[in-house]
Design a protein around this ligand. Structure first.
Ligand SMILES: [Zn+2]
Length: 82
């Protein structure tokens, strides 16, 4: 069985929250509720948003990104494009 990527884990965990704006802390809680073994360094919501930085996920800034940054520390959960 193929390993679930960090990005997929975010997508799975946040699916019930599409359309909601959540704080970084709340997003991390939601991810850890479902994926208890996620390392702290991997549970970084901003890496899956529209911002750009060196450690971002390949989804960042594309239509497949998981979050839209609303303001510092708050992210809107986007619907995955069909
Ligand atoms: Zn991602």
């Amino acid at each position: 069985m193929k390993d679930t990527t960090n990005c997929e884990k975010f997508r799975i965990a946040l699916k019930p929250y599409v359309g909601q704006t959540l704080t970084t802390a709340r997003i991390k809680e939601i991810v850890w509720e479902q994926f208890k073994d996620m390392p702290t360094g991997s549970n970084v919501p901003s890496e899956h948003a529209g911002t750009t930085n060196e450690t971002q996920c390949s989804c960042a800034g594309t239509s497949r990104r998981i979050f839209e940054k609303v303001r510092h520390g708050e992210f809107l959960v986007l619907r995955y494009p069909d």
